[in-house]
Design a protein around this ligand. Structure first.
Ligand SMILES: [Zn+2]
Length: 586
């Protein structure tokens, strides 16, 4: 039997199982018990927070033959059929692949008919924001006069893309990011159940990295477990998530606060050099600074789990750094965090931030704000330390040079230069040049055939590589290759940088299928868009059938994201604009 990812095994089956969405599940349970359900629901919220799981539970609750207190029993024929996807009256639609008006019209026609087996016909439309305008209009018509026996559950990560006319006809539930505490508790429950021991700190590291998404947390845990030990250690969790240790972060903030830009820069370089990711590091730093603030005003508010993550210098640091400095620093880090998402030079932004943080003590604007709060410390004497000042000047010169280089780089060269660093988070580059040739001739039959041999291909891999690949899912296949999706960009970077693993996969595919197949990785959340773009850009020429493999179907040159560079240079110029990064010597 092939390995089943944790998030599949542990998918919640009742409202009570759902972690971290108590208000929503209680409301739905009450509505079901009192038979006051709506005809249309809109579930919004970040990925991995339980939207589709709750949609399925609601579909069961609406139809269960032995409803107990608003909860489905998961044992009656209807529940079981819904659980294994064979209940014809519960229809799941991925709007990303069924974005046509025709499909929605089809719903409109079929919704008229009473359910065949269940009490209520339930349409779950995932990624509903991907519907075309025409499809939305068709859906609206159905929602305006909903048949009595039909319930629509629309789920989306991007409610802002849904027409107001649709939203106003639905009962909306906003799913929240799940708290670290809730995630940790759930991980603990799973590991206890599996009889695996763990460091508490390891769970805290995983929970923080998951950023409120349970699915991400379980994917990360899967990966940590693939290290093969019977014990989950903090080191393996940090290696998988790429998060820095708290003592690194303490060191960094301490250096910034004392105006020692060079030391701060060295710390950043060594953290990034160890393969950590800029965006992740920044998030960790913000959490750490926030914890310092909280600790200063109310030490008890830092929950035990988070406290376990903090280093021994934490308490000292909390005494040393004034709150005012932390407020300004967090503000600046937040701004930089936003900029990181749009850049492919994240390290540069981090270096600029470091210089600015190191100057914070001496900058006139910040200083005047904080003068009252700042206790006279050794750092106040920093301007007199000419050594520090000249080091800082050197750093600034270096950074200014970097920016100048970027500005002078010919624009045409930019797209090739624009290969994002391996560590850029939230934005794995979509390699259409590799994806499209596979999609040209892809077919469902090829995918099914591939899925049959895939577990055997993975079986040939050793330990960690196998563990990593087991979290993936083949989503398209043709003679030319296979497209494999990961629900976490972290793994894509890992696999792509592991040429040995890619070779082993190709060799395994050749052995199992006799074909020379290329393995192309995509991020699960980007897959619907990739598919849609392919249909638009390539499939469009061929009418209805996007993937016919006909000669004309040469993949067009994928669009370069050219404009990305210019605004970036602007942004950097902004950075170096008004509140210039220079040393004020007064
Ligand atoms: Zn049931």
């Amino acid at each position: 039997m092939s390995y089943q990812a944790l998030y599949r095994v542990w998918r919640p089956q009742t409202f009570g199982d759902v972690v971290g969405q108590g208000a929503i599940t209680q409301t739905l349970k009450n509505a079901v018990s009192s038979q006051q359900t709506s005809h249309a629901y809109l579930f919004t919220g970040p990925r991995g927070t339980g939207k589709t799981s709750v949609a399925k539970i609601l579909a069961k609750a609406l139809n269960c033959l032995n409803l107990v207190d608003g909860e489905p029993d998961n044992t009656c024929v209807i529940c079981q059929a819904i659980n294994n996807g064979s209940q014809p009256d519960v229809i799941e639609i991925d709007a990303a692949s069924n974005n046509g008006v025709d499909e929605i019209r089809d719903i409109r026609d079929k919704a008229k008919y009473a359910p065949t087996e269940a009490r209520v016909k339930v349409y779950i439309i995932d990624e509903v924001h991907m519907l075309s305008t025409g499809a939305f209009n068709a859906l609206l018509k159905t929602l305006e006069e909903p048949p009595a026996h039909v319930v629509f559950i629309l789920a989306t990560t991007e409610p802002n893309k849904i027409p107001a006319t649709i939203i106003s006809r639905t009962q909306r539930f906003d799913f929240r990011r799940i708290t670290s505490g809730d995630i940790e508790e759930h991980l603990r429950y799973i590991l206890d159940d599996k009889g695996i021991t763990y460091d508490d700190k390891a769970l805290a590291v995983v929970a923080r990295a998951a950023d409120g998404g349970m699915r991400d947390a379980l994917s990360i845990l899967d990966q940590v477990l693939s290290f093969g030990n019977d014990h989950v250690t903090e080191e393996s969790a940090r290696a998988v998530t790429g998060s820095a240790t708290t003592s690194d972060m303490g060191k960094y903030l301490q250096a910034c606060f004392s105006g020692d830009a060079a030391a701060a820069m060295t710390t950043v370089d060594s953290i990034l050099g160890a393969g950590r990711d800029s965006a992740r590091l920044l998030e960790d730093l913000i959490s750490y600074a926030r914890d310092l603030l909280v600790y200063q005003s109310a030490p008890k508010l830092i929950d035990a789990a988070d406290m376990a993550l903090l280093d021994e210098h934490f308490a000292d640091l909390a005494k040393e750094i004034p709150a005012q400095w932390l407020f300004v620093a967090i503000d600046m880090m937040n701004t930089t965090g936003q900029q990181l998402r749009a850049t492919n030079q994240p390290d540069l932004y981090l270096q600029v931030l470091t210089v600015r943080l190191s100057q914070l003590q001496n900058a006139p604007t910040a200083a005047s704000q904080q003068s009252a709060a700042a206790t006279p410390t050794a750092n106040a004497a920093a301007p007199a330390d000419t050594g520090a000042v000249s080091r800082l000047e050197d750093e600034v010169k270096r950074l200014t040079g970097l920016v100048r280089d970027m500005q002078q780089a010919p624009v045409s060269a930019a797209p090739t230069k624009a290969t994002p660093r391996k560590t850029v988070r939230h934005s794995v580059k979509v390699n259409t040049g590799a994806i499209y040739p596979v999609l040209q001739t892809a077919s469902r039959a090829d995918l099914n055939a591939l899925k049959d041999v895939w577990p055997d291909v993975l079986d040939r891999l050793a330990g960690m590589r196998k563990g990593m690949m087991q979290i993936s899912e083949p989503v398209a296949a043709s003679d030319a290759g296979v497209i494999v999706s990961f629900d976490n960009d972290f793994y894509i970077e890992r696999v792509n940088s592991d040429t040995e693993l890619l070779k082993e996969l190709t060799a395994g595919l050749k052995a199992m299928t006799g074909k020379d197949m290329r393995v192309v990785l995509v991020e699960q959340k980007q897959w619907p868009t990739i598919r849609q773009n392919f249909i638009k850009e390539v499939g469009f020429k061929h009418g209805d059938k996007p993937a016919t493999g006909d000669k004309q179907a040469q993949a067009p040159e994928p669009e370069q994201k050219q404009p990305e560079t210019a605004p970036e240079v602007d942004k950097l110029t902004d950075l170096f604009g008004k509140d210039n990064v220079t040393v004020k010597d007064d």
